[in-house]
Design a protein around this ligand. Structure first.
Ligand code: NDP
Length: 340
């Protein structure tokens, strides 16, 4: 297929791009600057521009941002929309809500208006759009049937809620668009929990590292030595498995109209520390230990569970284990800053 991939400079999108190319698809990706686009082309000198190219979309929160990007020769068969801010530094919830919601509805509108050849759009949502942070606890098993109940008011409570709301409202807006507009394409949504694993995107330094891998960086630099940070959500997926999920969601006709909760299994920050200590003894002195590990452990009264049977069944997805994700992530961070 010919695929438009948004946010191609990102951590997850870089792996989606690699997986698309490896499986024979041709890709145009959106980036925010020529510099980021050129870095992607330079990573694939062997490919002709008809298999890989980029277009600039500076800000997805602008109305009609994608009108030009969705038009290509030959025309697109599918769109994968990953671009959306993921950080916990928002001063105002709007900083996350606008690009998430306007970006998602914007690309659906542009496809509907200008790209009639597109048969499917994939949106990268999140476990944040599933997780009920207000009632979660032991005994609950999360699946695609669940929705985060966050309100517009709660979105302003703190930066983490702003992010949760941005993912929840953007995904709701996408399904709502399908229900009300009944476009000629269908929608599939990928809901990953925390995404870990090797970085493959162009990074000048680890200070610009994507949010989900920052905890691994902070362990190997010693920044978290005194106190292991709390884990937050206890589910993870390897970025390579998640990338494959996005591509399988294009390739499998039966994926249309569904959400996919692509969760490997449980993890805790303490478990990450233990893997690093075992596999990279040179960092042992920088890692939290003893009582310092307690905040990063599972809650004493147990943790909620996950149901990933739809991802396994419909997509045929299999999941890597935590050790492989962490070991490969550490190697990739050391490749960026060997003197870390
Ligand atoms: P990154 O920060 O690496 O990627 C985010 C991408 O979105 C970047 O390419 C960024 O461009 C782009 N972007 C952000 N804001 C805008 C904007 N206003 N206009 C244009 N482009 C924008 O993070 P991830 O790869 O981790 O995230 C990708 C997707 O996956 C997001 O939708 C995120 O919510 C979702 N997700 C991630 C999880 C994780 O643990 N990593 C978990 C669950 C969901 P630039 O770099 O140029 O700013």
């Amino acid at each position: 297929s010919r695929v438009l991939l948004t946010g191609g400079s990102g951590f997850i999108a870089t792996h989606v791009l690699e997986t698309l190319l490896a499986r024979g698809h041709s890709v145009v990706t959106t980036v925010r600057s020529q510099q980021k686009g050129q870095a992607i082309l330079e990573a694939h000198p062997e490919l002709q521009k008809d298999r890989l190219n980029y277009v600039i979309v500076e800000d997805i929160s602008q109305a009609n941002a994608f009108d030009k990007a969705v038009v290509s020769k030959p025309p697109f068969d599918a769109v994968i929309h990953t671009a959306s801010p993921y950080h916990f530094n928002a001063k105002d919830a709007k900083e996350l809500l606008e690009p998430a919601v306007i970006g998602t509805t914007g690309i659906l509108k542009s496809v509907q208006q200008y790209a009639p050849s597109v048969k499917r759009v994939i949106v990268t949502s999140s476990f944040a759009a599933i997780n009920n942070i207000y009632t979660q606890g032991k005994g609950k098993i999360y699946s695609e049937a669940d929705w985060c109940p966050i309100t517009e008011e709660q979105a302003n409570d703190n930066p983490a809620n702003a992010y949760r709301a941005s993912k929840t409202f953007a995904e709701r807006a996408a399904w709502n668009f399908i229900d009300t507009e009944k476009p000629s394409f269908d929608l599939a949504v990928i809901n990953p929990p925390l995404v870990l694993g090797p970085i493959a995107h162009n990074l000048a330094s680890l200070s610009a590292l994507n949010t989900s891998n920052q905890r691994i960086r902070d362990f190997i630099t010693g920044a978290a030595k005194d106190r292991c940070p709390p884990t937050g959500n206890y589910g993870y997926v390897d970025v390579r498995d998640l990338a494959l999920a996005h591509v399988l969601a294009i390739e499998k006709p039966e994926a249309g109209g569904k959400r996919f909760f692509t969760v490997s299994t449980h993890f805790s920050n303490k478990a990450i520390v233990e893997i690093i200590a075992e596999e990279f003894p040179e960092f042992k002195d920088r890692l939290p230990s003893g009582d310092g590990l307690i905040p990063g452990d599972y809650p004493a009264d147990g943790v909620y569970g996950f149901d990933n049977s739809r991802s396994r069944g419909v997509l045929g997805l299999e999941f890597r284990n935590l050790k492989e994700s962490i070991v490969d992530a550490v190697h990739s961070l050391l490749a960026v800053e060997p003197e870390i």
